[in-house]
Ligand binder design. Structure first.
Ligand SMILES: Nc1ncnc2c1ncn2[C@@H]1O[C@H](COP(=O)(O)OP(=O)(O)OP(=O)(O)O)[C@@H](O)[C@H]1O
Ligand SMILES: [Mg+2]
Length: 340
């Protein structure tokens, strides 16, 4: 369904200088800055998959989505969506795809929502029967009738997101791109949006690509994730595999009696581990020492003993690493410092 082949995107912008003097200098300077937002990314996605496309702020996610939708043209490489290159045949491609950008609406701001749907029906050549059937389904899963006659600008964020999702799905696209579809939503609406995405995917085999900073979205929806960092792909695989491979860390939190005794304690050194394999953090307010360590290298009793040799421990808690922690770790330190 989706083939992304060695795609890169460079943005060229005029070089900026600081201050007022700098602004004037900038006007007369021809110097340019080149930013490689996406750097040689390739992947393919099969029919009916839901893939999480994740990475830290500025990693290049939205830029990739924009190239797949045809909004931006790659500097190098090619995207093929259902056999169509969106940068060459944007209109043909539009029939196959639906897009939601959580950060801004695609709907007509001042018109009642119903009018936006009427316009989209014409734009996408949806027949009357199809429209009726489709609206019945969308109304059920997204609860649109509640605000269908209200102008879009008066909708709450949660209503607006449901409306945007409905609008993107009106023509029953084969591929749905969702760029942060749950941003800023409360837990109930978030849950509704996730359920709707799941139903649409199951019922129509719609392929979904989703960018998000909400790990809950990933855990609920995606069996596969692609992680990008500074424009490069650093992971592409199942969620399970990611957890197995990188969920090797454990965290032991200990409430200590006398914090002064921890001064100068270097657990990693004491246990013959590297700093990467054993990290300490101390929460002074609650007197809690947290040790995060590699479970292949160290065992919980070893860590506990080492701490109890220097101070008394009042309470203890042991945690496996959660997906959120794994992802945070990858965003901070990369995957073995290498791109794949
Ligand atoms: N039109 C543009 N002109 C110049 N630079 C751009 C443009 N669009 C994006 N960039 C730069 O490209 C990089 C990637 O941006 P992108 O929006 O793809 O990130 P993202 O992964 O979606 O981040 P976020 O999680 O914050 O949405 C950023 O450094 C950004 O400043
Ligand atoms: Mg983005």
């Amino acid at each position: 369904m989706i083939e992304v082949k060695h795609v890169s995107k460079e943005f060229v912008s005029p070089k900026k200088y600081p201050g007022l003097k700098g602004a004037v200098k900038g006007l007369f300077s021809n110097e340019k800055v080149v930013k490689k937002a996406v750097d040689d990314i390739s992947f393919s996605i099969a029919d009916g998959e839901i893939v999480g496309y994740i990475g830290s702020n500025g990693a290049g996610k939205s830029t990739t989505i924009k190239m797949m939708t045809g909004i931006l043209k790659p500097t190098q490489g090619q995207c093929l969506i259902n056999g169509i290159d969106p940068s060459r045949a944007r209109k043909d491609n539009a029939q196959n795809i639906g897009v939601v950008f959580g950060q801004r609406t695609q709907l007509w701001w001042d018109l009642p929502l119903s009018e936006s749907f009427t316009i989209l029906k014409e734009v996408y050549n949806v027949s009357d029967e199809e429209y009726e059937e489709r609206m019945k389904f969308l109304n059920e899963v997204l609860g649109l009738p509640e605000f269908f006659s209200s102008p879009v600008r008066t909708l709450s964020l949660g209503q607006r997101m449901r409306a945007d999702l409905g609008a993107a799905l009106l023509h029953n696209p084969k591929v749905l791109y969702l760029d942060e579809p749950t941003i800023g939503l409360d837990l109930v609406v978030k849950d509704n949006i996730r359920k709707a995405i799941k139903i649409i995917n199951e019922k129509y085999q719609t392929t979904v690509i989703l960018t998000t900073h909400d790990i809950g979205d990933i855990e609920e929806l995606c069996s596969r994730i692609i992680i990008i960092d500074e424009g490069k792909k650093i992971y592409d695989g199942s969620l399970e595999e990611l957890k197995d491979t990188y969920g090797t860390r454990r965290k032991v939190s200990m409430e200590v009696k006398k914090q002064e005794k921890l001064k100068g304690l270097n657990l990693a050194e004491k246990l013959g581990a590297s700093h990467e394999e054993c990290r300490m953090e101390f929460d002074e307010e609650n007197k809690i020492l947290s040790v995060t360590f590699d479970k292949h290298k160290l065992q919980v009793p070893q860590v506990m003993n080492a701490v109890m040799e220097v101070t008394e421990v009042k309470d203890i808690q042991i945690q496996e690493t959660e997906l959120a922690e794994i992802v945070k770790e990858i965003y901070n330190h990369g995957i073995d410092g290498k791109a794949v």
